[in-house]
Design a protein around this ligand. Sequence first.
Ligand code: TYM
Length: 326
Amino acid sequence: MTRVFSGIQPSGELHLGNYLGAVRNWVAMQHETDAVFCVVDLHALTLPKPPGEVGRESLRLSQLLMATGLDPEVCILFVQSHVREHTECAWLMQCNVSFGELSRMVQFKDKSDQHEFVSGSLFTYPALQAADILLYDTNEVPVGEDQRQHIEITRDIAERFNGRFGETFVLPQAVIPPAGARVMDLQNPSNKMSKSLDSEKGTVNVLDDPKRIAKEIRSAVTDNDGAVRFDFAEKPGVSNLLSILAAATGGDPAALADDYDQYGQLKVDAADAVVALLEPIQARFAELEADPAETARLLKIGADKAREIASNTMTRAKENIGLLAD
Ligand code: TYM
């Protein structure tokens, strides 16, 4: 069966981009594949965090992922730091990626510009991500468009490692949804919707109050020419709304454009569709939030299953390198 792996950072709220670009796909894929999903808390540490925050956010995000429909009895759902093989394998990845390759990562350039303290781990971040993916013999990685480069470097590292030490890792490929792969900020539609950019009004969080969600979508920035057309280069705001509506309702953004002759109705429909999509998730989250001990129990089961797969891969990798057996 196809092995699927993906991860998400517990930093800030889960927003509409995370949900439409990735998580919704995970929920669909868990039933048809052998799926492993990870709350990547160690990746969140690449930017400075106050004590306790990452742990709290990992619990909350795990509950929210379950609320979206990820079923820990169907897929493996776990927290990255609970499976030590991730950091161990990341070292092997760092030894098989070049400084030049890491220097070309767009995410590093973006994030290092935004922060004063630039940690070494922010630079080697893709090596840990490659470890996450390769430890599980992953065939497919469902992600949003912004992660494409990280999946490519993962393939490059796997190929180099296999070339040096013999067949060890499976080469993964990115799976990117046709609509929602790049949800843009509602106020600055040339930037992607993001938890690290301080654009509160431009970001819709999955747990935001429905009234606020509707208001934000209805006040999204468009343009002055009035024509509804799907054209991200010329009309980023309108195209973002069409893309969100299409992702929320299962339609095609370019075809949907023909149904509208003014922005007002498009905004109302996009707002209604997003609220209808998120309301059941919010209700389920409220139930799960009340029982953190049950979440912890489910995450432990996930970590135990993940460790079993990851430790086999680590043994194989170390044997192939020819490290002295312990
Ligand atoms: P993260 O936590 O930033 O985002 C989680 C997922 O959400 C997608 N996404 C978006 N999709 C559409 N539009 C947007 N505006 C948007 N913003 C985020 C991301 O593409 C991602 O799929 N490095 C990863 C986490 C990671 C990972 C992994 C992913 C660590 N190890 C292994 C896959 C496999 C990240 O920071 O995602």
